[in-house]
Design a protein around this ligand. Structure first.
Ligand code: GLU
Length: 620
């Protein structure tokens, strides 16, 4: 696995390098944080903590926490910085889900900042009018106006700060503006992701001017600035997000979607979209109740639909609950017992994914049986379908949400193949503060590089989130295209309490593997008794109700992986070719709350070049 490291900007900027802002090259002067700590995957200490995929973003959060800001302020500062340094994963051109534990009330709240389909989007928007057939994901849909949803991220930041923050939006955006103005050091991940997007980015002058200086991906070690994004952030800071959802910027976003500003020479088809300025003016971030299940004495809170994250993670835990898994692992480290637990994990996940496909969509448009999916009696009945000795033939069928009693006398119907497309993008962050507040936030622009379209002069890329809808319209499909609807997500920001206090917060990118990454990490931590560092680092396998289990090679080759194949009959397929980023599943961040009042913040030690965990006051 290559180490595609995002390195700490200020520390690595000392070498001779170029500074890039669009096509302007000048001597280096990357921004410098005060006493910026080294990039580390684990940090233990007190006074607040953060974990993100990127050292600049984590440093932004720590800066805010040190100045007396709370976890919400710091989460917005980190997310906005990721919009600069991880612009192909997240930014104000996209959407996401924000989960907040409020220490004072002991309550968990969530915000749904998912993108929405334009009001004029027809049901057959993803059918090519020329051929009458569905557009392909690549190249037609991913690089298009038609898959751009109305962005929710700016509204999410504003709402979170208004409800729970202590800083104004302008103040929370300051660290990110600093990075956008002064630049960040390009690392090999950024360079590779840009190079992989070369053809798409070349199709739009607004994108190539920013991200292909001199016609190619910015060199590793060069400094990239984004003054247009700094100006956009300043505008939002000065005028609030009305300046995004109404007025000239909203008009420009709509015009860009309706008429993607592509070159005359590109071969990419780039279908036009339907978004109007009115769609932007009508966008609403939603205050939502979290999902909740109890699992082995822990209270697990997640994101309700329009994400399928909370219901699917929650249902899978309810399916696992009747099995006395902790008893199986008394001999911790014993691969036989570990494989028993992981067998149950894979089977529970497949069952929960069958129900996700049949029942979950945007609840404003379809009747989602959220209560049943999270009911432990339903979970108990679904658990009847697990043979403790053998993997079931996949796909397994969905359960009967209208009629269940927790007993094992129901014959399952035939299953349908899962229709999910794979993605490995998005970003996730976890923040806590000295008052005990916690934020778990997953945000995205969907594909790495989103739609590939930078809004001219504004410094951010528009999402292609609407590709999360099913391509072909089917009345029975809860995730069919409907105007004004939010496409079903898999984002699973999760906060776990024990006896009313935070125990663990975690989340990950990775498309529909987000659900299994969060679930497996919980099983690793709670059932297998791993430390949170080991639970995050452990090799991953993802069973989303398909014939083969998608897995990292490290999982397939592990003692448990071998037993799962030989004894239980699981069929594994490697997630991607060795050495590519597709070979990795997820890029989790987490914070565990320790009994002594300290915390352990954890990022990936290896995946995507490793993430960045920091604390305000390190433990000695
Ligand atoms: N669009 C995906 C979702 O909402 C996230 C994209 C990804 O993680 O790659 O579930």
């Amino acid at each position: 696995m290559p180490h595609l490291g995002r390195r700490v900007g200020a520390l690595t900027a000392a070498l001779a390098m170029s500074v890039t802002s669009g096509a302007i090259m000048s001597p280096a002067s990357a921004h410098k944080w005060d006493d910026q700590p080294e990039k580390k995957a684990t940090a233990t200490g007190y006074g607040g903590a953060v974990s993100t995929v990127d050292a600049d973003a984590s440093a932004a959060a720590i800066k805010v926490l040190r100045k007396g800001g709370n976890a919400v302020d710091a989460a917005v500062a980190a997310a906005a910085t990721l919009g600069v340094t991880e612009p192909y994963s997240a930014g104000i051109g996209g959407g996401g889900y924000f989960v907040y534990y409020d220490a004072k009330s002991g309550e968990v709240h969530t915000l749904d900042g998912r993108e929405t389909a334009p009001a004029a989007m027809p049901n057959d928007a993803f059918i090519d009018p020329k051929t009458g057939k569905a557009y392909n994901f690549t190249p037609e849909l991913v690089t298009s106006g038609v898959s751009v949803g109305v962005p929710g991220t700016a509204a999410t930041w504003e709402r979170a700060l208004e409800r729970w923050g202590s800083l104004s939006l302008g103040d929370a955006l300051k660290p990110a503006i600093d990075v956008a103005d002064n630049g960040f050091t390009v690392d090999s991940t950024f360079n590779l992701q840009t190079a992989e997007n070369q053809v798409r980015f070349e199709a739009f002058p607004s994108t190539s001017e920013l991200y292909l200086p001199g016609g190619k991906a910015p060199a590793v070690g060069s400094v990239l600035k984004n003054p247009d994004l700094a100006a956009t952030y300043r505008l939002l800071g000065d005028e609030g997000t009305d300046a995004f959802y109404e007025g000239p910027l909203a008009e420009e976003i709509a015009a860009t979607v309706q008429n993607p500003p592509k070159t005359a020479t590109t071969k990419l088809p780039v279908p036009k979209g339907f978004m109007t300025a009115e769609d932007l003016a009508n966008y609403e971030v939603l205050n939502q109740d979290p999902t909740h299940v109890e699992y082995r004495g822990y209270d697990v809170y997640g994101m309700a639909p329009s994400s399928s994250g909370g219901t699917t993670v929650g249902e899978a835990l309810n399916i696992l609950a009747p099995f006395e898994l902790p008893d199986l692992v008394r001999g911790k480290g014993n691969s036989k017992n570990q494989s028993d637990v992981l067998h149950h994990y894979l089977e529970a996940s497949a069952l929960a994914f069958a129900d996700r496909a049949k029942y979950v969509g945007d609840p404003k448009f379809v009747d989602v049986p959220t209560e049943a999916l999270l009911d432990d009696v339903f979970g108990k009945e679904r658990a009847c379908n697990i043979d403790p000795r053998k993997a079931a033939v996949k796909p397994v069928a969905a359960g009967y949400v209208e009629n269940y009693d927790g007993t094992c006398d129901v014959a399952p119907a035939a299953g349908e193949d899962a229709k999910d497309t794979e993605n490995i993008n998005t970003t996730n962050l976890t923040v806590s503060d000295k008052w005990g507040n916690v934020v778990e936030y997953t945000l995205t622009i969907e594909q790495t590089g989103g739609s590939g379209i930078v809004v001219p002069g504004r410094g951010f890329i528009l999402n292609n989130e609407l590709t999360d809808f099913s391509t072909v319209y089917d009345e029975a499909d809860p995730n069919r295209i409907q105007p004004g609807k939010r496409p079903r997500s898999s984002m699973s920001p999760t906060i776990v309490l024990k006896d009313g206090d935070p125990f663990l917060a975690l989340g990950s990118p990775g498309g529909s593997t987000i659900i299994t990454t969060v679930l497996q990490t919980l099983v690793n931590r709670i059932d297998l008794g791993m430390s949170i560092e080991d639970a995050v680092a452990a090799p991953r396998a993802s069973q989303r109700n398909t014939a083969n289990v998608t897995a990292e090679q490290g999982f397939i080759d592990s003692p448990s992986g071998k037993v799962l194949a030989a004894k239980f009959g699981h069929k594994f397929a490697a997630a991607g070719s060795p050495g590519t980023s597709a070979a990795e599943i997820g890029a989790a961040t987490a914070i565990e709350f320790n009994r002594d009042g300290g915390v352990t913040a954890v990022a990936e030690p290896e995946r995507r070049g490793g993430g960045s965990a920091m604390v305000v006051k390190p433990a000695r």
